[in-house]
Design a protein around this ligand. Structure first.
Ligand code: PLP
Length: 434
């Protein structure tokens, strides 16, 4: 007899478990009809909203949920072209570029691959920086694509050192390095890199390489300027600062990148920019787009501009500072050690030796119905991550920090109380009127 879990119901099944009985199907559908979430393992009703405080996917605002709640339209019809143009043009304003933006129905990983295969040949060399887990995954992808990678090491506690990039590029007198690839906001560590300074370092070295930047957890949360910083390809995703569900990803591409991709890059089909650009000129896509996510994207872009991008960035800065004050008051340590690189979209917190961050997170989930981010790769069990990006306000932050502080107590983690108090004091001192 096998047992499997169907949306919180443990169901006895026979060896025909691949083909659920009618009763089992009804049970599993039931879990979708209730305001219940798949992580909840008991049948007990849990009142109130779940706190989704991982650093993405983030809370999707009701306004975006409502915007997506419409019939899917003909993606080759005239009404679609207007939506397509609205999204493509609107995303230029979010990336701060006059050049083109490509939208893929894919997760961020797809947009990483698109950036590489449109420009970098097998055997070409790229310079990457090991800021953390996501930079490492991007490098592994490049390795698998037959690209020669050089990886500048860090201790995973800071962003990119622009001087290290300049020094390495100065040595590359033959111009073997085709591109520098950096992660703007390293989601595994809560460290942000100064992209304008990376560009300045490349210029100071007189190096002609391309600059590629991953903004998956920074776009629409932390100031970003594709054109001004001379970035050739910016990669991003829908599920973080853009406040959408997962499923869309982006390449913002410079004129130079567009020109060089025509003759360069690797064999590709789905990710090919030229096909996209040709269709996008009329607001269309070369294959079936994620229409309902695009309804949501158009709404998200409007919301960001109604609030004002600078106000959005300031809101994230303020929430990040309040979070760090709470961590300090608890007597715990923020993982990022370089204040200039503190992330405004998440904070990774180290637990004292001998305490497991995953056990702590499990207690927070069980007692307070809040999901916190886990430690990834070498940080597994050592840190938990508080996401404070996306559609988020002061009371959501104080609720989040309260859940952490209560969790520290429930899990018997040595700490001082007063973290929430410290955050509240800061938020009140620099209160922002609606
Ligand atoms: N890069 C960064 C900085 C990320 O945070 C993530 C995911 O969290 C990714 C890349 C991978 O994106 P996805 O999981 O959407 O494929």
């Amino acid at each position: 007899m096998l047992r499997f879990i169907a949306g919180g119901h443990s169901v006895a099944a026979t060896t025909t478990w691949l083909y659920p009985t009618l009763q089992e199907t009804k049970l599993s559908m039931l879990s979708f009809q209730r305001e219940r979430l798949p992580h909840m393992s008991s049948n007990n009703y849990q009142a109130g909203r779940h706190f989704l405080q991982i650093p993405g996917p983030t809370n999707v605002p009701d306004r975006i949920l409502r915007a997506m709640d419409h019939p899917t339209i003909d993606h080759r019809g005239p009404a679609f072209a207007e939506l397509g143009k609205r999204c493509l043009d609107g995303m230029k304003s979010v990336f701060k570029t006059e050049s083109a933006v490509i939208i893929y129905p894919a997760s961020g990983t797809g947009a990483w691959e698109a950036a590489l295969v449109n420009l970098i040949n097998e055997g070409d060399r790229v310079l990457m920086v090991e800021t953390g887990h996501f930079a490492t995954l991007w490098k592994k992808m490049a390795d698998r694509l037959g690209i020669e990678t050089e990886f500048l090491a860090t201790d995973w506690r800071r962003g990119v050192d622009p001087q290290a990039i300049e020094d390495r590029l100065r040595e590359d007198s033959e111009g073997r390095i085709r591109a520098v690839c950096v992660v703007h906001n390293e989601t595994s560590t809560g460290s942000t890199s100064r992209i304008g300074e990376v560009r300045a370092a490349m210029d100071a070295a007189g190096h002609g390489g391309l600059l590629m930047v991953d903004t998956i957890s920074s776009l629409a949360s932390i100031d970003y300027r594709h054109d001004e910083w001379g970035v050739d390809v910016t990669v991003s995703g829908s599920q973080k600062g853009l406040m959408l569900p997962p499923g869309l990803s982006f390449n913002a591409i410079s004129e130079r990148a567009i020109a060089e991709s025509k003759a360069g890059g690797q064999q590709r089909s789905y990710w090919d920019w030229q096909e996209q650009l040709a269709a996008n000129a009329n607001g269309a896509f070369p294959y079936t787009p994620a229409t309902n996510l695009l309804y949501g994207l158009a709404e998200a872009i409007d919301m960001l501009h109604e609030e004002g991008l600078d106000t959005v960035f300031a809101r994230h800065d303020r929430h990040a500072e309040a979070t760090r004050r709470a961590v300090q008051a608890w007597g715990l340590e923020v993982l990022c050690q370089e204040p200039r690189d503190f992330s405004s979209s998440l904070t990774a917190v180290l637990l004292p030796d001998g305490h497991n961050a995953d056990e702590f997170r499990a207690k927070v989930l069980a007692h307070f119905d809040m999901s916190l981010g886990n430690g990834l790769a070498r940080l597994a069990g050592r840190v938990f991550r508080i996401g404070h990006l996306g559609d988020f306000n002061d009371l959501m932050l104080t609720g989040t920090l309260s859940g952490v502080e209560m969790g520290l107590r429930v899990a018997d983690i040595p700490h001082q109380s007063g973290g929430v108090q410290a955050a509240m004091q800061y938020l009140a001192e620099c209160a922002v009127a609606a």
